[in-house]
Design a protein around this ligand. Structure first.
Ligand code: A2P
Length: 289
């Protein structure tokens, strides 16, 4: 088991990824993103997760520069947005992200949402052609590892039919109350690391009485229980906060270990905190209509 946030998961291509990342979904662009990314790096995070669609890549890049931490020490993830599907647009989107992030490489690049049947009968071909753009940038040395987000096994199986380089990561919603065990198992069996977005259920699970009772036993807070729940499930958590004290707290999760009984209690909670974003319903595409 991990002993500190400097410990790493190893991706299928041998690239090491720090076992906790700092999430920036819903972090407003501008000073908030810039100062909170710097606060995360000051607190010792060395893994930052953003996305083109978050609208804060430029500020994430500025926060990294402000921190004074060398780029090589930081693992930086960003994501490809649904409007940029297909080979040519994907290649251009990668260059755009590099420019905004003020860097010459991305550590991990993810397809943010799969193209699905609801969007197009050609969804498999569309994902394959996007992926070909990913592979080109990987071979050109612009990206160190490739992955996906919000994919279900059916989307991954289809991608595997044409992919020359297999995705190393699937980033999915993961927190007590919604932890997608079948998807996690399938991805692990296929050599992928699972990252958990919204490991705190967007804050919505933090008042849950069971989670708080467990937190009380270990003298920690509910957010720390959620981060630990992901790690002990073998999932890489990406907690988000824009407050320096919480940012720090959310990575102080190595002084306690949840018992098997408490893990079971967390796994058997009624569904709480679910975002409602199901890949088959193409929620991200719906936002763009
Ligand atoms: P804030 O950014 O104002 O701190 P998730 O990572 O699951 O998406 O959850 C993020 C939400 O949880 C945000 O609303 C964030 O608010 C809140 N949050 C993050 N860390 C903590 C914490 N330690 N205690 C309480 N709320 C937190």
């Amino acid at each position: 088991m991990f002993k500190s946030s400097d410990d790493k998961f190893i991706l299928s291509n041998g690239v090491e990824i720090p076992c906790i990342g700092y999430g920036t979904w819903q972090t407003p662009s501008g000073d908030v993103a810039r100062t909170s990314v710097k606060a995360a790096l000051d607190a010792g995070y060395r893994h930052i997760d953003t996305a083109a669609a978050y609208g804060n890549e430029e500020d994430v890049g500025s926060g990294i520069i402000d921190s004074g931490v060398s780029r090589k020490e930081i693992f930086l993830t960003t994501k490809h947005w649904v409007t940029e599907r297909g080979y040519e647009k994907t290649v251009a989107a990668i260059d755009e992200s590099l420019k905004k992030l003020k860097t010459d490489y991305i550590d991990l690049y993810l397809i943010h949402w799969p193209c699905v049947e609801k969007i197009s009968p050609d969804w498999k071909e569309i994902n394959a052609s996007t992926w070909a753009g990913f592979e080109k940038a990987y071979k050109d040395g612009k990206i160190r590892a490739l992955g996906v987000s919000n994919f279900l096994p059916e989307h991954l199986s289809a991608l595997f039919e044409t992919a020359e380089i297999k995705p190393a990561v699937n980033q999915i919603e993961f927190h007590p109350g919604y932890y997608q065990p079948e998807n996690v198992r399938w991805c692990k069996e296929n050599g992928m690391v699972i990252e958990g977005w919204s490991p705190l259920g967007c804050g919505a699970v933090l008042n849950d009485p069971t989670i708080n009772a467990i937190a009380g036993k270990y003298n920690v807070c509910a957010a720390q229980v959620c981060v630990r729940f992901a790690l002990q499930s073998g999932v890489l958590p990406l907690p988000k906060s824009v407050h320096a004290d919480r940012i720090k707290l959310n990575k102080e999760v190595f002084g306690f270990e949840l018992s098997a009984e408490d893990m079971t209690a967390l796994m058997t909670l009624p569904p709480i905190g679910y975002s409602g974003f199901h890949p088959a319903q193409a929620p991200a595409d719906a936002l763009c209509e």
